[in-house]
Design a binder for this molecule. Structure first.
Ligand code: ADP
Ligand code: MG
Length: 252
């Protein structure tokens, strides 16, 4: 269980005054479930993701993994957190070093976190490529030579490599054309079923959230303003802001 408990994060704004980028957010994430965090640009989604990954510390509140505060302060804790919670970023290009080969990119977390013997590492990398529906030959390619869609798949393979219990996707499908986006969403759904892990799927695109998630959490100005179990009935959404998002996506 991953628990976000009354978490706030303050930053200094342009006017030099402190403001809450994340404000009193609570969210419990059980195993084997998909959670979506939906909201417009600037509402605090990425800040919350950095807090959950332990890349920054909350100004107040706590983030607990199985009841223990997550922390990247000490090397061992950092490794434990990274094994349990992995991140997939939006932009494949900037997230992946273009000079690295696909093999190196996928093998890196295996080396850092699991220290597998070479033959196990090799078979795991090729297994992941296969599951991402990428040809074996792509292992030797530089990530910069790949298409946008292939880069997405490499980013996902890399996050999946250590079999984390939680994967945070921060705008991971944003900016893809419709067909590619649909393919990646279907792939994510299948992978989650196979791996039995949990996702925190962060997006400004509410239709993608509705496609994927078991639970929808809507964020506005740093706060969670509506949280629902998603049962396929759009009428469950009551908050005017959520309705505005649904209307903007032509869903209601
Ligand atoms: P989102 O991911 O939903 O677009 P962010 O979490 O990136 O939102 O940003 C939330 C707010 O916090 C924005 O107003 C942003 O400018 C501000 N912010 C984010 N990171 C920092 C930082 N390191 N220092 C100051 N302000 C920040
Ligand atoms: Mg963001």
């Amino acid at each position: 269980m991953l628990e976000v408990k009354n978490v706030s994060k303050q930053y200094k704004g342009e006017d030099k005054l402190l403001f809450d980028a994340v404000s009193d957010v609570s969210l419990s994430m059980a195993d084997h479930r998909i959670y979506a965090l939906v909201g417009e640009s600037g509402c605090g989604k990425s800040t919350l993701s950095r807090l959950i990954l332990g890349l920054e510390s909350p100004s107040s509140g706590q983030i607990l993994l199985d009841g223990k505060p997550i922390s990247r302060k000490r090397k061992n804790n950092r490794k434990e957190t990274a094994k349990a919670i992995q991140l997939v970023l939006q932009d494949g290009k900037s997230a992946l070093d273009p000079h690295f080969t696909v093999y190196q990119v996928i093998a890196e977390p295996l080396r850092n976190l699991l220290a597998l013997p070479k033959d196990k590492e090799r078979s795991r990398v090729y297994e992941l490529l296969d599951r991402m529906e990428l040809p074996k030959e792509s292992a030797a390619k530089k990530t910069g030579e790949l298409s946008g869609g292939q880069q997405k798949r490499i980013g996902i393979a890399r996050a999946l490599a250590v079999s984390p219990r939680y994967i945070v996707f921060d705008e991971s499908i944003s900016g893809l054309d419709v067909i590619l986006r649909k393919n990646i969403l279907e792939l994510l759904k299948r992978i989650q079923e196979e791996e039995q892990c949990s996702y925190l799927f962060i997006t400004h695109e509410i239709d993608a959230a509705l496609y994927l998630a078991d639970e929808i959490h809507v964020m506005q100005n740093g706060k969670l303003i509506e949280s629902r179990q998603w049962n396929g009935d759009l009428k469950i959404f009551q908050n005017p802001y959520t309705k505005q998002l649904l209307r903007a996506s032509h869903l209601i």
